[in-house]
Design a protein around this ligand. Structure first.
Ligand code: 3MF
Ligand code: MG
Length: 345
């Protein structure tokens, strides 16, 4: 079975994707266009698409399903790259989990988070992700922002201490920022905000908290993803990465990696190569609702192929030339050189 590998990649090699990436095709305006595929049946489909890693939410592969998933993944020669509690789909979390105004909801969110730590270990994943989901507000003064921040700090401290006590440093946490959608305004909206939040956690848990930046999440805010990545690298906090692409500042599209801004994606890979990023590289892409069931994994193979092409081209980018262009202040020429690396022979 073909498994994609990145040439000369330091550390963990192989690519990954989420089981939710090959969903039934719902969007906010219409229901499914394909029959939902049972979660465990998605693992062989990811493997056949060349993935070495899978990822899942607690509502997709539940704690009860985890032993079977781990066994199946082993048979398929796949590993779980990350596991994540879902705090956005169930009605109970309509106003967030850790930042809900309702103490009973905050308590339930915490119970789910701790349970997800245990399941992360059962699945053998080294990383648990927190996506901000519904932690935020649509109406001003709907929440006290300073209290919300304190609740996030308290919540992450609790999760961190629980993991340290029970599993040492086996599990690390990666917070995934996103500026909007589904809430108009989200807490943990961007990389800088999450880095600040981590700096306020207890000093024992700080080392096990980092980030999972996602291409589209930076771009829907008009931010540069490369700078977001560089900031995480500078802080030693790039624990995980979600690659995809995004067609300008609109709703979160989860398009195939390499589709909309290949030149910037090439530059991103130069940055990851030079930083010797050793973590896994995973996609968060969404099989579009128009794709027929038989082609549902095209989104994974197209993303992977684009990544491999761009990665190989990034290896060939002459770093000395970049230095020279910077020294001579020939920045337009630098962009032309990158274009040559991308489009030239
Ligand atoms: C939303 C996302 C999420 C997260 C996921 C795991 C459904 O925009 O990107 O995908 O990636 O919850 O962190
Ligand atoms: Mg994501």
């Amino acid at each position: 079975m073909l498994r994609y590998e990145l040439k000369n990649k330091v550390g963990i090699n192989g690519l990954g994707a989420g089981v939710w990436n090959i969903g039934a095709g719902n969007d906010p305006f219409g229901g499914p266009t394909r029959d939902p595929i049972p979660m465990l049946d998605r693992l062989p489909m990811l493997a056949e698409s060349g993935m070495s890693f899978y990822e899942a939410h607690d509502v997709e592969i539940t704690a009860e399903m985890a032993p079977a998933a781990a066994k199946l993944a082993k048979k398929l020669g796949m590993k779980c790259a990350m596991y994540t509690p879902s705090f956005f789909a169930a009605p109970i979390f309509k106003d967030g989990a850790m930042t809900s105004n309702d103490p009973a909801v905050r308590k339930l969110g915490m119970e789910n988070a701790l349970k997800a730590v245990d399941t992360t270990v059962v699945l053998g994943a080294k990383t648990m992700v927190f996506w901000n989901g519904r932690e935020g507000f649509d109406f001003v003064l709907a929440k006290n922002g300073r209290d919300s921040f304190k609740r996030l700090v308290e919540g992450f401290n609790k999760v961190g201490h629980y993991a340290l006590k029970n599993y040492g440093t086996k599990v690390k946490f990666a917070i995934e920022p996103k500026p909007n959608e589904p809430r108009a305004n989200m807490y943990m909206a961007n990389v800088g905000e999450v880095l600040y939040l981590i700096s306020r956690l207890d000093k024992e848990v700080q080392p096990i908290f980092g980030l999972n930046p996602e291409t589209a999440h930076s771009r829907i805010a008009g931010l540069d993803f490369i700078w977001d990545i560089e900031l995480c690298l500078e802080a030693g906090k790039l624990f995980h990465i979600h690659l995809n692409s995004q067609d300008g500042q609109r709703y979160d599209q989860d398009l195939p990696f390499g589709y909309t801004e290949p030149l910037k994606d090439l530059a991103l890979l130069v940055v990851l190569q030079d930083a010797k990023y050793a973590g896994p590289i995973c996609f968060d892409v969404k099989a579009p609702r128009v794709d027929d069931p038989k082609n549902i994994t095209d989104i994974l193979t197209v993303s992977s192929q684009n990544l491999i092409w761009l990665w190989d081209r990034a290896l060939k980018v002459d770093r000395k030339k970049i230095e020279q262009f910077r020294k001579e202040n020939r920045l337009t020429a630098l962009s032309g050189y990158l274009a040559q690396c991308l489009y030239g022979k």
